[in-house]
Design a binder for this molecule. Structure first.
Ligand code: NAD
Length: 733
């Protein structure tokens, strides 16, 4: 038997050990070759009378990260090609069979009559965990690194290898739905409590424990294949079921606003599946899976959040001729909110960090911020005191710029003030090594102008982090007009070290992300000015599947900041560059009302000391005109909020600020949470079709003004029948 991805070893106890170990990869993934190997190995176990049962484990630190989703993209492309050559019906039949291969193989394991046990030695997700669920017994390593889960929903899919059916048969229906909707990674103890695994064991013992279960006469039958088995929540059509399903539908709508077909398919699979015997239930799941795979939402999310993100993280934009950098020491100037977070992220990556501020007390405060975060992790059991202290020992707070002498990279994060930054840059330059790179974390000042304070502008660039640094996964790398390829390579290497995702953009007002976000917030302001009720604006933001409404977002980033940016724009570009309605609103809120946002507990919302925030009742008094909520077209409001952001992104492409649609899409979802179901700002336009998008812009421009004017660049692409993604030669989502 010639297996590339597995080793099959038969022990003296007649129990086979099937070790999954994809060659040349750090993580096991499911792809057509692995599935074929697994099927061969399983048939060998089933067909060999000398084999009593089988333990499946992994030869790597983790068990499996799940499926290589490009496999699913390929199936979609095959469907399109077959439809053309063999007709739609034959193509669909082949597609359906292709997409349920894994489900059938897992069911074969479950019903083969020999006991299979899974020894989960580490991370075990998606299709990898569905394999474990199909085994009759599961032992998981009781280690901090082990996690199980079905995260498919996060890329617009759902578990189509039997996951929805087995999870729904292992635990009460509400818990199963929650697990499938959320796609969380679950710790071992919780997995046991949820009945997802049978046993915890030290990582070194998972295989022996799984083996012992088979040797001890473990039964080769799943509970749901036993006679008289009852679902944990009882029958769907029962008084208990009636308590579950009406609220489940309501919760689905509340959580998704019907934007995620995969979540709806989960409901269908569980609802219909629980009324059927397992084989029929799996067929229902397969049908839904084949349908979901063909939805634009799944295609767009897979392309952006799996394909493009993988390409970016593997160094899409790294200049090929630059040698790998060996970063050991980072300097951070400004130990405030951002600087402290950047320092901690670097320490976590093993870099030693010099944290500089104006005096020792201010620098110490930055380190104390890191200590507070790490201590919280210890208290939650996610880390230990020695681990915390080891990380803290890497951070040296000091007011002395001389400490920058050994740094490979220095990031300035001082006040957003041109003069303060200029002084910090000059002081840093005097202390830095002649080959070290200097980056600015400015959010508004042009990088090219800051670089004028540095004698080596080729070694100067922007590294724009998002707040809070500890949580936000994106870094915008800003190339000034003179930033060089070596600085870019070092910036990219650093972002990779701290496990964040970079996008590379050219220098411009608001760079890329803030420019799009600014348009979202402005649209909220203008809606308020038109007389749309504030609550409706906020709800529509959520309905468009933005993380928060535009007014809440403005409160988080601070209203006075929005006011300052507006004033700076006016000073630089003239009065016509700002909208008078927005300016008046911000002036009333900030200058006259002292309402700065969450930071002073007064913004578009009030933030009482106890209890949740509430929209400020005074907002209604700021609206000279009040529209009748029943007469407002909610669908159009939703469109406006997404279209303004997509338009800014399209303009950024037209102006050469961002070149690659993959970066724009990934950046929009990771940086400001642009409606993930769309696949990102440019996928949103591509999937609507450029002609349709231009027509929508024309309609909105007529009604609401020039900010909706469609760029000629988009009209030209539309005329040529092209999309944004055609520029990078990627197949359509
Ligand atoms: P902050 O006020 O929390 O921190 C600034 C720190 O810089 C303070 O600790 C201050 O003492 C120190 N500082 C000032 N002058 C200094 C000098 N000459 N030498 C050494 N230290 C000095 O501000 P922040 O929110 O951390 O912002 C810092 C930078 O990051 C700004 O450029 C800001 O625009 C940018 N930024 C902020 C955010 C955000 O959401 N806060 C997001 C992205 C980028």
């Amino acid at each position: 038997m010639n297996l590339k991805n597995f080793r099959l070893e038969l022990g003296d106890d007649a129990i086979a050990l099937l070790v999954w170990d994809c060659p040349g990869r750090s993580m096991n993934v499911l792809n057509p070759e692995v599935i074929s190997d697994l099927a061969t190995a399983v048939e060998r176990v089933i067909g060999d009378p000398a084999i009593k049962g089988c333990v499946i484990t992994s030869g790597k630190d983790s068990f499996s990260g799940g499926a290589d989703l490009t496999m699913l993209e390929t199936l979609g492309h095959q469907l399109a090609a077959r439809s053309r050559s063999e007709g739609r019906e034959a193509a669909m039949a082949a597609f359906f069979e292709g997409t349920r291969q894994l489900s059938l193989l897992y069911r074969r394991i479950e019903t083969c009559g020999k006991p299979f046990a899974c020894a989960i030695n580490g991370l075990c997700l998606g299709g990898g965990f569905e394999l474990a669920l199909a085994c009759h017994y599961r032992v998981v390593a009781d280690s901090d690194k082990a996690r199980v889960g079905l995260p498919e929903i996060k890329v617009g899919l759902f578990p189509g290898g039997g996951g929805t059916q087995r999870v729904a048969r292992l635990m009460p229906t509400p818990d199963a739905l929650q697990m499938l909707f959320r796609g969380d990674q679950i710790r071992p103890g919780m997995a046991k409590a949820m009945n997802l695994v049978h046993e915890l064991a030290p990582v070194a013992d998972v295989v022996s424990q799984a083996r012992a279960w088979i040797a001890g006469g473990g039964k080769a039958i799943a509970p749901w294949d036993e006679k008289n088995w009852r679902p944990p929540s009882g029958k769907v059509f029962s008084p208990g079921g009636m308590m579950i399903w009406p609220p489940a539908n309501a919760i689905y709508r509340r959580e998704t606003f019907d934007n995620y077909p995969a979540a709806k398919a989960v409901l269908t699979c569980v609802y219909e599946g629980l009324q059927l015997p397992m084989d029929s239930a799996l067929k229902v799941e397969s049908r839904q899976f084949a349908y979901i795979l063909r939805t634009p939402e799944a295609a767009a999310m897979i392309r952006t959040l799996f394909g493009s993100m993988g390409e970016i993280n593997k160094g899409l934009r790294r200049p090929k001729d630059q040698p790998a950098s060996t970063l050991r020491r980072l300097g951070v100037i400004g130990a405030g909110f951002m600087g402290a977070g950047i320092g901690l992220s670097a320490a976590r990556a093993g870099l030693s960090v010099v944290l500089i501020d104006r005096d020792q007390a201010a620098a110490d405060k930055g380190k104390a911020h890191a200590e507070a975060i790490l201590t919280k992790e210890v208290m939650k059991g996610r880390s230990t005191l020695p681990e915390r202290d080891k990380l803290l020992a890497l951070i040296t707070p000091t007011p002395d710029y001389v400490a920058l002498a050994d740094c490979d990279l220095v990031i300035e994060a001082v006040f957003e003030d041109r003069a303060v930054k200029a002084e910090a840059i000059k002081k840093a330059q005097a202390a830095m090594r002649a080959d070290a790179v200097l980056a600015s974390n400015t959010s508004t000042l042009p990088i090219s102008s800051l670089a004028e304070n540095f004698a080596r502008p080729a070694d100067f660039l922007g590294l724009h982090f998002f707040s809070p640094v500890e949580k936000m996964p994106l870094v915008e790398i800003i190339m000034g007009t003179k930033s060089g390829p070596r600085a870019l390579a070092i910036g990219l290497d650093f972002v990779k070290m701290i496990k964040k995702t970079p996008i590379v953009v050219n220098d411009a007002r608001g760079f890329f992300a803030n420019r799009c976000v600014g348009a979202y917030i402005r649209e909220g302001h203008l809606m308020l000015g038109e007389g749309v009720p504030a609550a409706m604006i906020e709800n529509v933001g959520r309905m468009a599947w933005m993380p928060v409404g535009p007014l809440a977002l403005n409160d988080e980033v601070a209203l006075d900041l929005a006011w300052k940016v507006l004033q700076a724009t006016k000073a630089d570009l003239g009065a016509d560059a700002v909208d008078p309605v927005q300016e008046k609103l911000l002036e009333t809120m900030v200058v006259k009302g002292g309402r700065l946002g969450r930071k002073n507990a007064k913004g578009f919302y009030d933030y009482p000391e106890r209890g949740p925030k509430r929209l400020w009742p005074g907002l209604a008094d700021l609206q000279p005109l009040k529209l009748d909520p029943d007469g407002i077209d909610v669908g159009e409001l939703k469109q406006r909020l997404l279209v303004v952001q997509a338009l800014e992104a399209a303009r950024a492409v037209a102006e050469g600020i961002i070149a690659d649609p993959r970066e724009a899409d990934v950046g929009s979802i990771l940086g400001f949470g642009f409606a993930p179901f769309t696949g990102g700002v440019l996928s949103y336009i591509d999937n609507m079709g450029l002609t349709a998008f231009a027509a929508l812009c024309d309609k909105l421009a007529t009604k609401y003004g020039a900010r909706f004017t469609c760029p000629d660049f988009v009209r030209d692409l539309a005329r040529q029948g092209k999309r944004f993604y055609d520029q990078v030669g990627r197949q359509a989502a």
